[in-house]
Ligand binder design. Sequence first.
Ligand code: UD1
Length: 372
Amino acid sequence: MGPVLCVVGARPNFMKIAPILRAFAAHQPPIPALLVHTGQHYDQDMNDKLFVDLKLPRPDLNLEVGSGSHAVQTAEVMRRFEPAIDAHDPSCVLVVGDVNSTLACALVAAKKGVPVVHVEAGLRSFDRRMPEEINRVLTDQLADRLYTTERVALEHLLREGVAAERVCFVGNVMIDTLHACRDSARAAAATLQAHGHDPARLRGAAGYGVVTLHRPSNVDDADTLGELLQTLALVAERLPLVFALHPRTRANIERFSLASLLDPARVTLLPPQGYLEMLGLMAGATVVLTDSGGLQEETTALGVPCLTMRENTERPITVEQGTNTMVGRDRGAILAGVDEILAGRGKRGRVPELWDGRAAERIAADLAHWLS
Ligand code: UD1
């Protein structure tokens, strides 16, 4: 059997592929796999640090595509991925999540007649303004085997004409990683200290909040980003915030000259954090304010209240069962959400079905059977 070509490109892919590679190696007999990194994310903070934290092996291949417009980035991944398929004669190409690299590699494989396996299939925000939504819908159309994290995903796939027998509900590999790393999470105080900040600022009566923002819809427009930062400044009057800045967000705050909106005594700005640092920050937080997909799931698994600054989510189970509340960009909703949580009325939630740390094992078992 040829190897499974496992593709990663951007930060949220890394925590999904790590447990899958381990489960492939532990399977009897082991499932041969090669790790292909498209190079969509390449910085020390966005890439190298996570590889170390997650104990990921060095990629067998790095396509080094780097940044670009959606068309350029997608096309460049496709162009560079095709020879990898030619060289390795894979049994299938396994892609995770919804980034540009996911769709690009799925498309190349499908056109070459190589089976496509999609992990985290069937999630839908029903918002085509999100590039990820387009990537999700198209990747699922191309996929031959689809692994889902929550039951509603099957309904979405059936409606789009995907045959039920292609779909397998396995749970959430991202939560496998959370389980595997929980004990080595870095304490929030240590993370602040490492960046030269006084950890005492986290110890107020209300604890602290963690912020991440990187969606183009939130950070690419000066007025929108300015409004959001002003709202965060009001949140910071209630409890101190730790804000881990994605490079896109940092660049835009500088470009639009918005840094003065945040009081450095109340909002600690950090560079993008490693996985173990982020896990420690989240686990100790009173509230997480974010527009990330992964953080909505991780806070649900941790039982930490999350306010999601988006209009919609492709991960509805985090709202229905978990600790997530959608607040959009509405200042009143965000402040009300924070006040509820500070009053001790935040969602406690429960951990969704099969978010038990064993999703990758189920994928390995099913895939070995399916490939044979
Ligand atoms: C990508 C994913 C998004 C995911 C996010 C996590 C797509 C369409 N988007 O968005 O779903 O939530 O990753 O971070 O695939 N940059 C750096 N260093 C890097 C990588 C990027 O500085 O290592 C900067 C560059 O200025 C680049 C910008 O970030 O142009 C955007 O990077 P890109 O990979 O296009 O998208 P993300 O916003 O990171």
